[in-house]
Design a protein around this ligand. Structure first.
Ligand SMILES: Nc1ncnc2c1ncn2[C@@H]1O[C@H](COP(=O)(O)OP(=O)(O)OP(=O)(O)O)[C@@H](O)[C@H]1O
Length: 282
């Protein structure tokens, strides 16, 4: 426990959909105690990569290990192994209470399966009693214990996102993957989420987070990897990534230095200026 241990290791992960390569040969690791950010323009392959890590997709090539063991490409086995995630779009059980949502998240840690949890069979009810204390601890941790009996759908948006995190934590992960946790949040909610992620890390859970809010990422992350068109372009500390011109260019959609398009754009601009000047006397 004294040395830094690698929690997650993705090696050469490639994901193709027919002719489209959404993720190409990506290596990424997350160490114990780290918060790692994954950024990139829309369509860069971030969510596809998460889906490869969590068993929703079987990568076309490459492999993913958690604590030294190759993960199976089945999401419930990945969760059982210790990797939990949230989704870009909220996926709570809207008509269940706050507490019930967290209890469902514990099903991988009890002998009862998901259906038993959802249908609330006798086996689940028994397991539930043992789990309730832990679920309430988690609700305390995220500041929602006072709303334990509220229906999830009645929570304000920011609290729904927090509840999703609590449900993911209920599987007792060693690594938490967050897909755009602050999407749709106001600045106060974003700030609170930042603090929550730090508190999660301080509990010994490593975090890998996809986020478009750059301030959130650069404030929070020990390391940031940048995906562009499915490939890892840069990886480093916030300072390194912020200072890398290729990252700025990728976000602005500007061609890289020396790219052939540079001259083409200049030629078009010159032609447009000339045409504008000819037809216009100003
Ligand atoms: N199931 C799929 N079948 C075919 N193509 C897909 C599939 N999922 C994603 N893609 C394509 O793969 C590419 C990467 O998409 P992905 O959603 O992973 O990007 P992203 O970086 O998460 O984007 P965003 O920031 O907008 O969420 C896109 O071109 C997308 O259209």
């Amino acid at each position: 426990m004294t040395n830094t241990a690698t929690v997650l290791q993705a090696s050469g992960v490639t994901m193709r959909f027919g002719g489209l390569t959404a993720v190409r040969d990506v290596d990424l690791h997350v160490d114990q105690g780290e918060i790692v950010g994954l950024i990139g323009p829309n369509g860069a392959g971030k969510t596809t990569f998460f889906n490869c890590l969590t068993g929703l997709y079987t990568p076309t090539e490459g492999q993913v290990s958690y604590q030294g063991k190759v993960l199976p490409a089945q999401s419930h086995l990945v969760t059982q192994a210790g990797v939990a995630r949230t989704f870009q779009n909220i996926r709570l059980f809207a008509n269940m209470t706050v507490l019930e949502n967290v209890l469902v998240g514990r099903h991988t840690r009890t002998k009862e399966g998901l259906w038993s949890a959802l249908l609330r069979g006798p086996g689940f009810k028994k397991a539930e009693r043992g789990s309730e204390e832990r679920a309430m601890e988690l609700l305390d941790f995220i500041g929602l214990s006072h709303k334990r009996d509220h229906l999830a759908r009645n929570l304000p948006y920011g609290e729904q996102r927090k509840l999703e995190i609590a449900r993911a934590l209920a599987s007792e992960p060693g690594l938490l993957l967050l897909d755009e946790p602050t999407a749709g949040m106001n600045p106060q909610e974003t700030r609170a989420t930042e603090e929550l992620v730090v508190a999660i890390r301080d509990k010994g859970i490593a975090v890998l987070v996809i986020e478009h809010d750059m301030r959130f990422i650069f404030n929070l992350c020990d390391r940031v990897a940048v995906l562009v068109q499915g490939e890892k372009l840069v990886e480093g500390t916030s300072e390194v990534v912020q200072g890398d011109e290729r990252v700025i260019a990728a976000y602005l959609g500007t061609p890289f230095e020396g790219a052939p398009e540079d001259t083409a754009i200049e030629e078009v601009q010159a032609a447009e200026a000339q045409a504008g000047g000819e037809g216009n006397d100003q």
